[in-house]
Design a protein around this ligand. Structure first.
Ligand code: BTN
Length: 253
């Protein structure tokens, strides 16, 4: 069972547990339409029947084995065009929370997957609402493979593979909310440059040759960074290219 975090200011201080739902992102958004919820509200479940991933994908997660939850944030201090800053802060926070259990081999794969030794253990789906030029609400959905030993795809991994024994889901949840809140507060208090630097230090395959695919065309390049809009910067021969979220994918994964 999940406990209200003892070490956060607001994240998870309102904690809604449901044994099952379609998607924690959708359930939290629906609840927010009906009631006022404080920043930091977490909705967590043991089982999603229609877990959603990026690019319209499905997020599959074994019942009761993993973490699937969503956090309500109100990043009014961020302009819509700067929304990738939140994505970087959340990804770093998650990587840091997971490092308590698996101290090495963690990386952030653009835009915001968390990998351990190249295997995806966490997916993040952030859904934003805006008012004028500013963000108003962000629903930060997080799926982490924790105790699931069999993976549906060979590119996925689960914390238990590195830890060796079953983890306590609440213990992992506690570390995650502490670390995410710390990075979010850093962002809120003007720490964007530090976050951007740390994100690049953790970025998977930065500076090394990598195969990609864009518009059905395969090519080789080297990731040189991520720009202010969250686009991946890739050096392809003499050419510097920038790709948005749905415009490129890594090949051989
Ligand atoms: C991805 O890597 O494609 C993102 C996956 C995000 C999955 C989480 S699980 C909790 C939350 N609710 C959802 O429906 N999706 C996110």
């Amino acid at each position: 069972m999940y406990k209200i975090p003892a070490k956060t200011l607001f994240t998870g201080q309102k904690l809604i547990y449901v044994p099952e739902c379609h998607s924690t992102n959708s359930s939290l958004a629906e609840l927010l339409d009906r009631t006022d919820l404080p920043e930091g509200t977490v909705l967590i479940t043991d089982h999603q029947t229609h877990g959603r991933g990026q690019r319209g994908n499905t997020w599959l997660s074994g019942q009761g084995e993993n973490l699937t939850f969503s956090i309500l944030l109100r990043p009014k201090f961020l302009e819509v065009r700067d929304q990738f800053r939140l994505s970087m802060a959340v990804a770093l926070g998650i990587a840091e929370g997971l490092a308590v259990f698996v101290p090495s081999g963690l990386a952030v794969k653009w835009p915001n997957d968390i990998l351990i030794e190249g295997k995806k253990v966490c997916g993040i789906l952030i859904e934003n609402q805006s008012q004028g030029t500013q963000l108003s609400v962000s629903i930060v959905g997080i799926g982490i493979n924790v105790n699931q030993r069999e993976q549906p795809v060979p590119t996925a991994g689960s914390l238990v593979q590195w830890v060796g024994s079953t983890l306590d889901l609440d213990a992992v949840f506690q570390q995650l909310v502490i670390a995410i809140e710390a990075r979010y507060l850093q962002l809120r208090t003007g720490g964007h440059a530090v976050i951007q630097g740390d994100y690049h230090r953790q970025l998977y395959r930065i500076g090394v040759p990598q195969s990609f695919e864009a518009d059905g065309v395969a090519f080789d390049g080297v990731i040189v960074g991520v720009d202010e809009l969250g686009r991946l910067k890739v050096q392809v021969g003499e050419e510097k290219r920038r790709y948005g979220l749905k415009e490129v994918k890594f090949s051989r994964e």
